[in-house]
Design a protein around this ligand. Structure first.
Ligand SMILES: CC(C)(COP(=O)(O)OP(=O)(O)OC[C@H]1O[C@@H](n2cnc3c(N)ncnc32)[C@H](O)[C@@H]1OP(=O)(O)O)[C@@H](O)C(=O)NCCC(=O)NCCS
Length: 160
């Protein structure tokens, strides 16, 4: 069943936290940061600088995406977080969430989208996901997160 993409509400938070806790790629400290961004958005959806959409599949929350304008830039936006529940991955939900966020960024006159991710083997599927959606790897900082764990920046240019 195709995902229904909609705005986040306060009631959705427990389901999102469950998805984050059940995502093996995320370390506990990363889940804490992801939660802070969710709370910032819920406290002030329009002014926080963090935008969030969720995806329902069969009336159940299947994932979410969080993004925002990059401070001190003109038309550059960051995608901070995307996660899809393990049991429904690889069924098109991530693609639907990313396309919806890109559409919103375009409507806000965004021109560049950046995504930071890890170079670890566990993130190979995630990298393939972005590369297949038109993102290019534009920088690599070796050993950024930890020895042997590089920071990759992926970029997509939006056409008006
Ligand atoms: C990355 C993630 C959001 C993608 O969501 P998803 O719903 O699983 O992905 P979709 O089904 O929408 O997209 C499928 C695409 O992803 C890639 N993909 C999916 N499964 C794959 C696999 N097993 N191996 C390689 N690529 C795969 C392909 O590019 C595929 O595109 P295609 O359908 O055109 O072939 C999801 O897998 C996830 O939450 N991963 C863990 C958390 C994470 O890494 N978040 C990003 C942090 S930067």
């Amino acid at each position: 069943m195709p995902a229904n993409i909609r705005q986040l509400t306060v009631k959705d938070k427990p389901a999102l936290m469950q998805i984050l806790h059940n995502t093996p790629e995320f370390k506990p400290a990363e889940v804490t940061i992801a939660e802070e961004l969710i709370d910032c958005h819920l406290d002030d959806p329009d002014g926080s600088g963090y935008h969030i959409l969720v995806a329902d599949v069969n009336s159940k929350i299947a994932g979410y995406i969080c993004w925002g304008p990059t401070p001190l830039t003109e038309g550059t936006w960051d995608i901070y977080w995307i996660a899809v529940a393990r049991e429904v991955q690889s069924k098109g939900t991530g693609k639907a969430l990313l396309a919806a966020a890109e559409d919103k960024i375009k409507k806000s006159r965004g021109r560049l989208i950046l995504i930071e991710t890890s170079g670890k083997p566990e993130y190979e599927k995630t990298r393939q996901f972005y590369l297949a959606r038109g993102y290019d790897t534009v920088s690599l900082i070796p050993d950024f997160y930890a020895p042997g764990d590089d920071l990759l920046t992926l970029q997509k240019r939006l056409t008006p």
